[in-house]
Design a protein around this ligand. Structure first.
Ligand code: 5GP
Ligand code: ZN
Length: 113
């Protein structure tokens, strides 16, 4: 057991609006959307962030990345979209379980910071 919010969502202990899942990946809508489409793509395996990736757990991250174009297509993001992964304090990471934000559904701001 751990007290990770996203592990609890993946396990179904906390409800979410699921948009995609496979053996290694779970994706659901962000509770506080920053764009018309805002989806979080997370590995089922608990990995803290991109900074914790290594040869042993990298397959989970790759599976997330491979799911992203499938999800984007299903969501109709034909004009493009943005993928973000926040890391640590300075990166603004609030949930310490690796996740990729998919943001789209409008022309996004050019600002990266
Ligand atoms: P971070 O700031 O760590 O990159 O992103 C965490 C994201 O998780 C935020 O965009 C936040 O809105 C989202 N979030 C936090 N708690 C919940 C929750 O209980 N359910 C869902 N669906 N999203 C959440
Ligand atoms: Zn977790």
């Amino acid at each position: 057991m751990n007290d990770c919010l996203f592990c609890a969502i993946i396990n179904g202990d906390i409800p979410s609006t699921k948009v995609y899942e496979n053996e290694k990946v779970f994706a659901f809508r962000d509770i506080n959307p920053q764009a018309p489409t805002h989806i979080l793509v997370v590995p089922r395996e608990h990995i803290e962030s991109v900074d914790a990736l290594n040869a042993q757990n990298g397959e989970s991250a790759l599976s997330c990345l491979l799911a992203i174009p499938e999800i984007a297509k299903a969501e109709g993001l034909t004009g493009g979209y943005r993928v973000i992964s926040n890391i640590g304090e300075d990166g603004g990471q609030t949930v310490k379980h690796l996740h990729f934000h998919i943001l789209g559904g409008k022309k996004l701001s050019e600002s990266m910071n």
